[in-house]
Design a protein around this ligand. Structure first.
Ligand code: SF4
Length: 69
């Protein structure tokens, strides 16, 4: 099981919630919005963290897609 994650910059408001929830995955970009520093994730604990960030994001800007091998 692998996922791909990214941030929709059009809707991100730079609140930092995803970075607080999953600092291993998300960080602030130079524009003050979030970005994914790792895009493809295989570790199940990190996948759960990305899903937690997806749920926590107030603007639904965390995007997650399953990756098939
Ligand atoms: Fe942007 Fe959502 Fe992360 Fe807040 S939680 S910084 S709105 S992606």
């Amino acid at each position: 099981m692998k996922i791909k994650t990214w941030v929709d910059k059009d809707t991100c408001i730079g609140c930092g919630t995803c970075i607080a929830v999953a600092p291993e995955i998300y960080e602030f970009d130079s524009d003050g919005k979030a970005k994914a520093k790792v895009e493809v994730i295989e570790d199940s604990n990190l996948i759960q963290k990305a899903r937690d960030a997806e749920v926590a994001c107030p603007t639904h800007s965390i995007k997650i897609e399953d990756v098939n091998d």
